[in-house]
Design a protein around this ligand. Structure first.
Ligand code: AMP
Ligand code: GLY
Length: 433
């Protein structure tokens, strides 16, 4: 089978590995904006192109592609899946109407309200050019300000972390000049992610993962695309209750069914639910219409099925006929990023890759020149440790990081016992158990 992958980051390297592991002997074709050295080694041919460019469809037709898998959000928002389906090519990645769940935060909150989906924080949508934000901020007091459109994870600002109440008001007025805006209640708790394969009605869930958004150890510094993530050797994380995971699964299932009702389009692809475990139960922070980066790197290597069988289940709406399993192992993923990231990253700086021991390596935003690897300015390379416990997996990830040399840094605290203990204590304090 000939498979097209769209995207060229660390998440897509993990997807490419999962495709390459298939027993169906797939031939991989890739459309990516920069040549990812890890993906380039796995594919038969690649097209360097903006990942929203509709001529990706011509590339797919020309190469007789039988299945397409979309990695990032931008091609979903650009309707690349719709165009591929129209050309008779089945796609893992929702059509534009269904992908609104990620790229229009205002739509999503109003949709959740309309369908009575649980976990909805207090919110109000303001339309571009409108007013009244100051009054609503005064009413809620503790707020998060979200531009409605895609901002690469950098547009959302949280009171306490990014500004005080006056700063929140200024930022809201600023955003409203150019974009729709959501102002919502700030949730207090611990974040977790649940990802699922979805065929329009059936969902197959991966274990919960926790990402680390802040650039520096101890959850300090600016927000990033995600510095690293971990999961346990069971479905839940150490700070979660089983009921948190059950509620998350119910919310995601209800969301998939409501999307079909609202848009008339089945949701086929990966649904990513980001939740906050709070004092009482869980709340929805956001949905993404794709795997997370780094969270894809935690769960795809644990997939017990042939990834292409799962993809076939998604596009043929037959996931209910198969049992999707994830191996019961813990993983810890740590990104190595350029010095100065995210604000003033060192670009074009060489990365030497030595012995990464038993860890897996995923290339993200790096390029290869004369057999050497260089940084671009975004997250560079991720390593993944896999083991029976988080503790062992963390050691494996650290062993992997020690094989990377260059002007780079990582968050060495991700997956460590002390940070996990802190998370558990935080939830105990909130919930009083
Ligand atoms: P997003 O771009 O929607 O993933 O948001 C970025 C980050 O903002 C999330 O990972 C959370 O840490 C934080 N965030 C978003 N919404 C809320 C909320 N309602 N309460 C607290 N934090 C939030
Ligand atoms: N790691 C967060 C995301 O992929 O959106």
């Amino acid at each position: 089978m000939r498979v097209l992958l769209v995207g060229g980051g660390g998440r897509e390297h993990a997807i490419a590995e999962a495709i390459a592991r298939s027993r169906k002997n797939p031939e991989l074709y890739v459309a990516m904006s920069k040549k990812n050295p890890g993906i380039a080694r796995l594919c038969k041919d690649s097209l360097l192109i903006k990942e929203t460019d509709p001529s990706i469809v011509d590339f797919a037709i020309k190469n007789g592609i039988g299945l397409a898998v979309i990695g990032p959000e931008a091609p979903l928002a650009a309707g690349i899946p719709d165009k591929l389906w129209d050309a008779g090519i089945p796609v893992v990645g929702p059509r534009r109407l269904a992908a609104q769940i990620e790229f229009d935060k205002a739509w999503t909150r109003e949709f959740m309200k309309k369908y009575g989906i649980a976990g909805l924080p207090g919110f109000r949508v303001f339309r571009k050019g409108g007013h009244g934000t100051d009054e609503y901020i005064d009413e809620l007091k503790d707020v998060v300000i979200k531009p409605a459109g895609l901002t690469g994870g950098k547009g959302v600002k949280v009171m306490g972390d990014h500004f005080d109440i006056n700063g929140a008001k200024d930022y809201a007025r600023e955003v409203l000049k150019n974009d729709d805006l959501v102002i919502e209640e700030r949730l207090i708790g611990e974040e977790f992610t649940v990802q699922a394969f979805v065929d329009g009605s059936t969902l197959a869930f991966a274990p919960a993962v926790q990402d680390h958004k802040r650039a520096y150890e101890g959850d300090r510094g600016p927000n990033t695309g995600g510095m690293g993530s971990y999961n346990d050797s069971r479905d839940i994380l150490p700070f979660m209750k089983e009921s948190d995971y059950i509620e998350a699964k119910k919310i995601m299932g209800d969301t998939v069914h409501a999307i079909r009702k609202e848009t008339g389009v089945p949701y086929q692809g990966v649904l990513y639910g980001q939740f906050m475990a709070t004092k009482k139960g869980i709340s929805v922070i956001e949905f993404n219409a794709r795997f997370g980066d780094p969270e894809a790197m935690n769960v795809l290597p644990l997939l017990g099925n042939d990834f292409l069988d799962v993809c076939t289940g998604i596009v043929n709406c037959t996931l209910d006929k198969m049992k999707v399993i994830f191996n019961k192992q813990a993983t810890v993923c740590k990104y190595s990023v350029p010095e100065g990231y995210p604000e003033n990253p060192v670009r074009d700086s060489e990365v030497e890759i030595g012995d990464i021991r038993d860890s897996l390596l995923f290339y993200s935003s790096v390029y290869e020149k004369d057999n050497k690897i260089y940084t671009t300015g975004s997250r560079a390379i991720a390593v993944l440790g896999i083991a029976g416990t988080i503790k062992e997996a963390e050691k494996n990830a650290e062993a992997g990081l020690s094989g990377l040399k260059g002007r780079l840094f990582s968050r060495h605290d991700i997956g460590t016992e002390s940070l996990i203990r802190k998370r558990v204590q935080h939830i105990k304090d909130l919930r009083g158990y």
